[in-house]
Design a protein around this ligand. Structure first.
Ligand SMILES: [Zn+2]
Length: 478
């Protein structure tokens, strides 16, 4: 490949200059001391009030009319993913600008959410308006919304909050899905030692369980369970599939014994799934090999686990006008002779539906004798559709971009859901430039959309600041 020129700050716009500066500051989740120092340093250089808290959050305040306070929010941390060895805790990213896009050389770029931070620094540096700004830089969003969860109830006073962690310039997001991780542990019944085969399902595309759940892509755990349940007298020895609850598992490896020869059944199964998933997973493949003698689970315990996997809801469950409303992802299945663990992630933008779905899944798990725990529970977030902030954002968007925005609810999670629980009266939206491949080494950002977002953001703040009717309803002061 021809070496693309490294990005420089010469001729870069203000927001891009800040963005490039941020790519030089290591900030993987859990290692935010450097970025925190940069932000507090920025505040003192600019003579701005700055607060920090125990969770690692940073709040920089730009003075203005106090009754007109607007909160801008982004997160400090980034997901560290790379194609080869890269020291995310100490090294600057190697950034490349090509064809109007910016990316990093073989690593995540951290536009999620360096883009939001750059826009906020740009606003703190050069936005002139009468409103006061509370610029909130949260810690460790990517590892479970930790910073946002730790924010005190009286840290913020703004009536409006603009979250800058959206990845599509065409959208104004007004809601997000709630989710939970359901973890169930089973103690296997031993079934003796038998001749064992290893089946592998591979070449599936997988993907994020929020964005790709409705893609029709195959789930490797479900595929393996379907194949095994088609065999007579099947007994599992080990099951390995899935890495995190919020990704569709793209590979499965299962060792098992069965009555008779499974090779003919595997040929049939391979043919049928290649046909079934020819559009969504064109590279799908299965393999089968004999792998010696091993201890296996009993046939009844094996049957229980397979039925549990196949009974649990997986994929899109319900849609509404914004897209997927309720879904479930069977994310991890791991088992050996000591234990078996199944992890499922349900999501819904309707809190009642989520609670129902969690109940259904727990019931199925309990029926199979699993010890079940529900962790990482995040609430849904839904803005009232007549919110003055949404109206203002749509009007300003049309003015700035010359087209209608897509007003939408994301099936993913956002920090606004956690912030809304503490600041119920605050009106919120989420916007941002176009970023593709976030959380992967393919991550890149459309530079033009970052500049477009800056114009939009500055105009929207100006619109809110200069019109008193946005401020008539007083917020309760804490
Ligand atoms: Zn993010």
């Amino acid at each position: 490949m021809n070496p693309a020129p490294a990005a420089t700050t010469n001729n870069a716009s203000e927001e891009l200059k800040y963005f490039l500066e941020l790519t030089g500051i290591p900030r993987p989740s859990g290692h935010l001391a450097r970025i925190r120092k940069y932000l507090t340093g920025f505040a003192s250089q600019h003579g701005l009030e700055c607060k920090t808290d125990e969770s690692g959050n940073v709040l920089i305040i730009k003075p203005g009319t106090e009754e007109k306070t607007i909160i801008l929010q982004s997160h400090q941390d980034m997901v560290p993913q790379s194609l080869r060895d890269f020291d995310f805790e100490n090294d600057k990213l190697n950034v490349i600008i090509e064809d109007g896009w910016i990316r990093a050389d073989g690593t995540t770029l951290g536009a999620d959410d360096g883009a939001g931070m750059a826009l906020m620094l740009s606003a703190l540096n050069s936005l002139e308006c009468s409103a006061a700004l509370e610029c909130l830089f949260t810690a460790d969003e990517e590892t479970g919304l930790c910073g946002a969860s730790g924010i005190g109830n009286s840290w913020l006073s703004g009536k409006y909050l603009i979250n800058l962690d959206n990845e599509d310039v065409n959208e104004i997001t007004i809601g997000s899905a709630g989710s939970a991780d359901i973890v169930s542990e089973f103690i296997p019944e031993p079934g003796g030692e038998e001749r064992v085969y290893r089946m592998t399902a591979d070449g599936l595309l997988g993907g994020h369980s929020a964005g790709m759940i409705d893609s029709g892509r195959a789930n490797a755990i479900v595929l393996a369970a379907e194949f095994l349940s088609s065999l007579e007298g099947v007994k599992i020895s080990s099951f390995e599939s899935g890495t995190v609850p919020n990704a569709i598992p793209s590979k499965a490896e299962v060792c098992f014994s069965c009555d008779g020869d499974p090779f003919a059944a595997m040929d049939e199964f391979r043919k049928s799934i290649k046909k079934r998933f020819s559009d969504s997973d064109p590279g799908i493949e299965t393999y089968l090999e004999f792998c010696g003698k091993r201890t296996v689970w009993s046939a009844s315990f094996t049957g229980k686990i397979l039925r549990t996997i196949l009974e649990c809801p997986n994929g899109t469950i319900e849609k509404d006008r914004y897209g997927v409303k309720t879904s479930s992802n069977i994310g991890i299945m791991r088992g050996n002779q000591d234990n078996a663990v199944l992890v499922i992630k349900p999501r819904s933008s309707d809190g009642k539906k989520l609670a129902e779905l969690v109940g259904t899944i727990k019931e199925i798990m309990a029926g199979a004798g699993g010890r079940t725990d529900c962790t990482d529970i995040f609430p849904e977030w839904k803005e009232p559709e007549d919110s003055e902030l949404i109206g203002a954002a749509v009007d300003v968007y049309k003015r700035v971009f010359g087209r209608d925005p897509v007003v939408t609810v994301t099936h993913g999670g956002l920090e606004t859901s956690v912030l809304k629980e503490k600041y119920k009266e605050t009106r919120m939206i989420s916007v941002g430039p176009t970023i593709t491949g976030a959380h992967s080494p393919d991550e890149k950002m459309d530079i033009g959309t970052l500049s477009g977002m800056r114009v939009f953001l500055f105009e929207l703040i100006g619109e809110l600041a200069e019109n008193d009717h946005y401020w008539k309803r007083r917020l309760r002061k804490t």
